[in-house]
Design a protein around this ligand. Sequence first.
Ligand code: ZN
Length: 330
Amino acid sequence: MKKKTYLLLLLTLVTIAGCAQSHRKERLTEQQTGINNSMQYNTLTPEEERVILHRGTERPFTGEYLENREAGTYLCKRCDAPLYRSEDKFDSHCGWPSFDDEIKGAVKRIRDADGQRTEIVCNNCGAHLGHVFLNEGLTSKQTRHCVNSISMKFVPAQSPQSATPQKESLTTVYFASGCFWGTEYFFMKAPGVKQTSVGFMGGHAENPTYEQVCRKNTGHLETTEVVFDPAATTYEELVKLFFETHDFTQTDGQGPDIGSQYRSCIFYSDSAEKATAEKYMDLLTKKGYRVATLLKPVSVFWKAENYHQQYYEHKGTKPYCHKYTPVFDD
Ligand SMILES: [Zn+2]
């Protein structure tokens, strides 16, 4: 009982402190909701509080959702009320996410004290969102809700196959191990791999064709793009599979395919991937192998012509150039 009283006192003190800092907002909140139950709202970080409760502004061109073009809904960071739809988002080049419409009844407009600008707040909880500007000629609705990213929470639209993981939770990595038909054959069958494509990486020509790469004057390597779900497999597993499905000691090509475009190479996207690749190269060297695999930073991936994609799968045969040979079995 005592504890409860103490908590109540604390709550009251917090509420009073909040009011002192932002009189108008807390009054509005009470008006709008009828109750001042701010403790039921989402917990905010100090930076979120600065913008949402104390009507601050995030630095332009820094917000999380400025460039977001995904379909979905933007909710209030404080109370989760839906505020804006992705269909109403447009690129205003002002440095903050811009919408030319709101979800009906979700946003309240308040004229600034100086009469210069019109503040917009969440109609449910009073959270500060930004400002609204009219008649700028940017869209047919002549309205620009200029909203701080930090005041919102984006929820992507549910795809029809809601069981498939969201794109941003997938990781894309690149391996070259000779003829890409054979490389892709093994990666597309690996557990946790969602998608594969074959193409070219590491050269200097723009949009090279298969023929150009074969003539060996573009510098590209036949490369397989592997998109995997990190919840279902790891980069380590894929690196192991890479080494176990080709001859990583061959320097002039791969198997019967001779030429620089068939060289063994891991293209890394960050220092973690590089470290993982190096770890397994060291391990193989310690096992006595002379590792010929190159280690290069990721560059532009040029997708190859359609008839190269999932080649063996469409043909219904097995690769001549790649086979599975375990080397990490101990
Ligand atoms: Zn709200």
